[in-house]
Design a protein around this ligand. Sequence first.
Ligand SMILES: [Fe+2]
Length: 372
Amino acid sequence: MSGEAILDNLKQKFASEMGSPYARFVLNEGLDILNAEYVPNLNRVPLKPWARRGGNAAFLNHDASGHTNDCHVMEIPPGGKLNPHRQIYEEMVMILSGRGSTTVWNNAGKRITFEWKEGALFGIPLNCNHQHFNGSGSHPVRYVSVTNAPSIVNAYDNLEFVFNNPFDFPDKFSGEPDYFSAKNDREHWRVHTNFIPDALNIPLAMAHERGAGGQHLRFTLARTSQAGHLSQFPVGTYKKAHAHGPGAHVIILSGEGYSLCWLDGIEKPPQRFDWEVGTLIVPRNAVYHQHFNTGREPARYLAFRTSGSPRNTDGVLKCFYSRRIGGDQLDYADETPAMRRMFIDALAKNGLEMKMQPAYETELETLPPKAA
Ligand SMILES: [Fe+2]
């Protein structure tokens, strides 16, 4: 039986499980759902009017987005504003272009307004009323949001409950005057803040665990159950490959390069996705992925994601340590020669050379032995 026939047969048997309250919600909003595995540039995604919000938008959904997290791009016209809005799901926002402000308030009458510009990151406190304003009369604002709407909409299946719920969560927001101030309270790789005004330039911390010269910064915005991080890696280098759960929305903030994605144990060449500033890649569930810098400046990306990827019993993310000791990260020593050749060739096209030798040597100093 052909693969097509096998899948067609299964399709009939799963027909009654197709769709979800979340999928119906998006389609009923009249918006397009685009594939988010690879979006060449978020700044060029075509948008349509979203009446509920009062701006133009498109949804970008990955393979598991119907049940984990999702993503949308939104535009506010020059001199315009979105409708006041509240939602009982969590949202993380990155400003792609433009400048403006947001007012957040709750039913207890606590209200804060803060300003932002391109590169700002913030979260919407759970179920708070909020309204975004474009601060320019001549340029649109475009932002990208990652939310946990799928799990919430699917659980309650009632849009009145999701979008018109009067409940305040004072532990999430109670009008603290410095709620959206940029804080620099750090703890290892974490910064405790609800607002990062400039994701492109905020200093990161060294993270040799992820590969050559890598830097890293982790955060949770607006006291949500979601999470995010920033990563950067130097010219002429690439990160170690790793795999984790679905829903990590990787958005390129600087540099140029490509990512390889492949499923372990499947004898197919990796998929290659070339990137530039504004590219979005959402690796599929359990797919190995690896990021390569082929440009003339450090490559930095943002990942907005769930916090539900596999961890060991001590809470350590398995994608941070070697497959040789049960983790989900591939050591440089265990990768294929073809990957290195591809990288050397890609650098050569830009007149650059690979600078990985120190990282290969450092890795060997602490590399666990291979399992028998
Ligand atoms: Fe990843």
